[in-house]
Design a protein around this ligand. Structure first.
Ligand code: GTP
Ligand code: MG
Length: 201
């Protein structure tokens, strides 16, 4: 599961423009500012392969990064940031929806959930939308260093509450989940191993 090299390939503003080869890929999805771009840098152990910001709305396109010349990590714009009154709904740009529905090489969506805040309806809606469309997902809890109650290796009430709420929708098969922190390094090995198992499946 070792990462030897990472190359930025391209930014696309439509699913049609994404790389045409069929290398397996994982897409980062989650609210703006949840830490999608940071998670990519954390996985590849480089500071600024993906651009991050304290302000939400940094990533605006579909960005493909090729790892070890054999699989892709895809950085996506976040949802839930638009100032529009209906921003609480699943309104992230139709192009990302199109991407999920049509990308055959997508192995799993990594759905990022901020562990430092209580469960958000928009995240539950997003998980349910993916589930309804049979798109495989893995829950990746981010910012576990900011959880109440110490170093954050044990799921705190935010995570437990999210699991409970999601359990009502995913009765038969609860998606796998991993706790991470790009600050402490928590979850890096576990997530890389998980991704390599899914690729070889
Ligand atoms: P958009 O591109 O706007 O959708 O945001 P994003 O999800 O890519 O978030 P980004 O990676 O840019 O990170 C947003 C902020 O969260 C930055 O200030 C990061 O430093 C911070 N952050 C990301 N991961 C962690 C983490 O594990 N722990 C802590 N404490 N902060 C984090
Ligand atoms: Mg980003």
């Amino acid at each position: 599961a070792k990462i030897k090299e990472v190359d930025f390939v391209k930014s696309s503003n439509r699913p049609k423009d994404c790389p045409k080869d069929d290398r397996p890929e994982f897409a980062m999805l989650g609210r703006s500012n949840v830490g999608k771009s940071s998670l990519i840098n954390f996985l590849v152990r480089k500071k600024d392969v993906a651009l991050t910001s304290k302000k939400p709305g940094k990533t605006q396109l579909i960005n493909h990064f090729l790892v070890n010349k054999s699989w892709y990590i895809v950085d996506l714009p976040g949802y839930g940031f638009a100032n529009a009154p209906d921003s609480a709904r699943m309104d992230w740009s139709s192009f990302t929806k199109g991407y999920f529905l049509n990308r055959e090489s997508l192995v799993s969506v990594l759905l990022l959930i901020d562990a430092s805040v209580p469960s958000q309806k928009i995240d539950l809606d997003c998980a349910n939308w993916l589930g309804r469309n049979n798109i495989p997902m893995t829950f990746v809890f981010t910012k576990c260093d900011k959880m109440k109650g110490g170093k954050g290796r044990r799921p705190d009430e935010n995570i437990r509450n999210f699991q409970e709420l999601i359990g009502e929708s995913f009765r038969q098969q609860h998606p796998p989940w991993i706790m991470t922190s790009s600050v402490t390094g928590l979850g890096r090995d576990e997530l890389l191993l998980h991704m390599s198992q899914l690729r070889n499946y």
